[in-house]
Design a protein around this ligand. Structure first.
Ligand SMILES: [Zn+2]
Length: 413
């Protein structure tokens, strides 16, 4: 946590305002501790602030990735469950640091991370983005969070194992699992509503959990003023979730028109994760993805852009997500270039700032350069509203990262 007596004053900034969709020129931005305390013109003053002149550069809110797994340090998620938790934590530290270096100052972990990892970042023991976590994902037996092969009967249910899922069947088990995550401080509940790529025994196009089970999870989350986010590929799975009150849908590659109206009617969010499928198709097996899973990637790979187009045309709120595993985390910024085949730079920037902030219920705190917001800021050389490639090549264009008021990397004198 940054000391509130420490102040930083950015001068001559072209501030990127994702809400207005433009640069506001010649701004001064004053940071005290972990908060932006004033945004104004040349009249913004401070006695003891460190002054950083960013003339000719763009100051923008730090990026938000709404679908990550920081503990997924290998793409072999079944074997991950048997690794030492200490070892996984150490390697997660490397994943987190990489995200911050790419300009992500907040990430939403949707299976794997827990209160300990979030606290370690918060207290400065690990360098990384603010970690919004949901604990383990809830999965039915044989669902996307059940990593057992067909030949294995026993499952180790010890919560401390770095497995990303918890298996629960029936309304009362789902309620208990949701309540356990909430007790541990989860900020959302993740439900596996369909099969997936990395799970060994399910089909991508299956639906998972009964309607009663989904409703039970939504009821428990809402009772704690939280929400449910659901992993789903087909419209059948998506629509069951949305009708039961699931607030955000992850992946959704195989959706058709029938889902679009439901997203709108329910004011739900869509989180595509296109970066992971191109990474898995090209390099998944090199990073531990088993062969049976690698085959499934091609069930969803090509459909992803079409789903994005459907949602975008209907103005469904779309948030930025990547879902990368193992060494493929380095592809976290390729989502920008993939989406640019369908969306304009401003749409994609909003997905990683203002829309993400709404999904996280953190509007005014993240995703904007405004007074009262956390001081999560990037300085980039070039205007990402004109060229989204500015954000996807940080080695060339990213000049400074500030997270919670602390400058974590800078090449500005
Ligand atoms: Zn995921």
């Amino acid at each position: 946590m940054a000391d509130s007596n420490v102040q930083v004053l950015f001068r001559n900034a072209s501030v990127l305002d994702p809400e207005r969709g433009e640069l506001i020129l010649d701004r001064s931005v004053l940071v005290a501790g972990d908060t932006i305390v004033e945004v104004g013109g040349a009249d913004v003053r401070s006695q003891n602030a460190r002054v950083i002149d960013v003339r000719g550069m763009v100051l923008m809110p730090g990026l938000i990735d709404c679908h990550v797994h920081v503990t997924a340090v290998t793409a072999d998620l079944a074997s991950l469950a048997e690794w030492s938790p200490a070892y996984v934590t150490a390697r997660s530290g490397r994943v987190l640091a990489g995200m911050l270096q790419r300009g992500f100052t907040t990430v939403r972990d949707v299976a794997g991370a827990d209160f300990g990892l979030a606290a370690a970042v918060d207290e400065g023991y690990l360098e990384g983005p603010r970690l919004i976590f949901g604990g383990k994902a809830l999965s039915q037996t044989g669902g996307h969070g059940d990593w057992r092969s067909r030949g294995r009967t026993v499952s180790d249910t010890c919560y401390c194992c770095p497995s990303m899922g918890v298996i629960c069947d029936g309304v009362s088990e789902v309620r208990r699992a949701a309540r356990e995550e909430i007790r541990r401080g989860a900020q959302h509940i993740k439900l596996m509503l369909s099969g997936g790529v990395a799970s060994p025994t399910d089909r991508v196009d299956s639906t998972q959990f009964s309607l009663e089970e989904i409703r039970a999870a939504v009821e428990e989350a809402e009772a704690a003023h939280l929400y449910v986010t659901g992993h789903a590929y087909t419209s059948a799975a998506i629509n069951r979730g949305l009708e039961c009150g699931v607030r955000s849908i992850e992946h959704g590659n195989l959706m058709d028109e029938s889902s679009v109206g439901l997203f709108k009617a329910k004011a739900a969010f869509y989180v595509p994760t296109l970066a992971t499928y191109s990474a898995l198709a090209a390099r998944g097996t090199a990073f531990g993805l088993p062969e049976h899973s690698h085959k499934k990637v091609f069930d969803v790979l090509d459909a992803g852009l079409h789903a994005l187009e459907l949602a975008h045309r209907a103005a469904v709120p779309i948030a930025y997500g990547t879902d990368l595993l193992g060494g493929m985390h380095e592809d976290q910024l390729t989502e920008f270039s993939i989406r640019s085949q369908v969306q304009k730079p401003l749409d994609i920037i909003r997905s990683a700032t203002t829309v993400a902030a709404q999904l996280l219920k953190m509007e005014g705190k993240v995703g904007a350069v405004c007074s009262g917001s956390f001081a999560d800021l990037l300085v980039v050389a070039g205007n990402p509203l004109e060229d989204i490639g500015i954000l996807s090549s940080p080695e060339k264009h990213l000049r400074l990262v500030m997270a919670r008021g602390r400058i974590t990397s800078s090449s500005i004198n």
